[in-house]
Design a protein around this ligand. Structure first.
Ligand code: PMP
Length: 415
């Protein structure tokens, strides 16, 4: 497929066809493609300057503005933002920061996790298939089963950081039980271990909150309505949440990471990554040696201008609420479809991030192919040949949603 244009939820190909982008460029186009406000912000910045200087000593307005906004909204107390260019770089930065801050060498990550393909991030991936061709990787990584409370006792004083996706994406949209992240936070606190949340995929409204970790708070799970398979999160409690400056309901006392990693939708369609940590932790990168971790293009002014505009669109157009609505619609329909379609083994999701698990890889491929024939782009995950992962743009209208659902339903019933 040769893409020549994109707009809203659609991709247009050279042969004149129009496809629904039901994966949002893999979690990037949460607000849709080519939003006019994002394009205008890019044009404005384009006229001012492109890359000028590696940051550290020079202030560039688009970076500073976006960093301030992110620090305001991110669930990290007294957060400091370090911009880079991608998700995997955000992970690398967080891992390095944790080692330097704690002076410890060991890391813990989870089976089924995915964090990127550079050496540090790859070391955090348990899959032997992807590790083996690139050995040796970073030596001191231990993998725990995801969502297993008993395994948390493996986290001890030798560990610098625990790295986790609050909802596993590549792992097949796996949502931990309500107790798991609170217990993990507590275990990290007890052992003096930094907790790193990889929200590269789940950030920016994807799961029905600005950041996925806002679904959980200590003691229980925060506000929201469950869409988890089997209804494990069905009793999410609602509380009086503060309304922030532009009227978005958000939890400020959710389970907070020590470092939050972001990318994908962060850049509004341009390359951008960031890790956001508490000030005392991030300070470790400024000294001994000074500028201990830098990148030439990190926080490119065009990317920051685009990302800032995209975030404002997400909030102003209430797309986080829309994420909840869309997720409820698709998950309700999918659960009903799964009941009458035995080739579907399970469906699960949180907000507008969901997975359909089929019985066989062949059925999965046929489903994806049937969707594509009917002009809807969706795919199986890199690591699971039986799981299709969906992350449609959050700006879908009711009519577009109904059309997309017709395609998915027909494709599943025809397998
Ligand atoms: N973390 C997660 C959870 C991801 O889904 C991805 C990309 N799919 C990455 C990290 C890596 O991001 P990037 O491709 O920008 O390096």
């Amino acid at each position: 497929m040769e893409i020549v244009r994109a707009e809203g939820i659609y991709l247009f190909t050279r042969d004149g066809r129009r496809y629904v982008d039901f994966i949002s460029g893999i979690g990037v186009a949460n607000i849709g493609h080519q939003h006019p406000q994002v394009l205008a912000a890019i044009r404005r910045q384009l006229e001012r300057h492109l890359h000028v200087m590696v940051y550290g000593e020079y202030v560039q307005e688009p970076q500073a503005e976006y960093a301030r906004r992110l620090a305001e909204l991110a669930p990290v107390r007294d957060g400091v933002v370090f911009f880079c260019n991608s998700g995997t770089e955000a992970i690398e930065g967080a891992l390095k920061t944790a080692r330097k801050f704690t002076g410890r060498k060991k890391y813990i990550a989870f089976e089924g996790g995915y964090h990127g393909d550079t050496y540090g991030s790859l070391s955090a991936m348990s899959s032997e298939i992807y590790r083996t061709p690139f050995l040796p990787l970073l030596p001191e990584f231990e993998f725990l089963p995801f969502d297993d409370l008993d395994a948390l006792s493996r986290i001890d004083e030798r560990v610098a950081a625990v790295l986790i996706e609050p909802v596993q994406g590549e792992g097949g949209v796996r949502i931990p039980s309500p107790e798991f992240l609170p217990a993990l936070r507590k275990r990290c606190d007890d052992a003096g271990v930094l907790l790193i949340f990889d929200e590269v995929m789940t950030g920016f409204g994807r799961t029905g909150k600005l950041f996925a970790c806002e679904h959980w708070r200590m003691g229980q799970v925060a506000s929201g309505k469950s869409q988890a398979a089997g209804g494990e999160l069905a009793n999410l409690q609602t509380r009086n949440l503060p309304i922030d400056s532009i009227g978005v309901e958000r939890s400020r006392d959710c389970i907070q990471p020590d470092i939050l990693c972001l990318a994908k939708a962060l850049g509004g369609g341009l390359p951008l990554g960031a890790f956001i940590g508490r000030r005392e932790i991030m300070q470790t990168l400024s000294e001994n040696p000074s500028l201990a971790h830098v990148t030439t293009f990190g926080g490119h002014p065009l990317s920051c201008a685009a990302g800032f505009a995209a975030l404002e669109v997400l909030l102003q157009e209430n797309l986080i609420t829309r994420s909840v609505e869309l997720g409820e619609f698709f998950l309700n329909e999918l659960h009903a479809l799964a009941k009458r379609t035995p080739i579907i083994r399970e469906v699960r999701g949180l907000g507008c991030f969901f997975a359909i698990e089929f019985q066989t890889p062949e059925a999965t491929q046929r489903f994806v192919q049937r969707c594509r024939e009917q002009s809807l782009i969706i795919g199986w995950t890199l690591h699971h040949s039986t799981i299709v992962r969906a992350a449609p743009p959050l700006c879908m209208t009711d009519e577009q949603t109904a059309q997309a659902w017709q395609i998915i339903q027909r494709a599943a019933e025809k397998i």
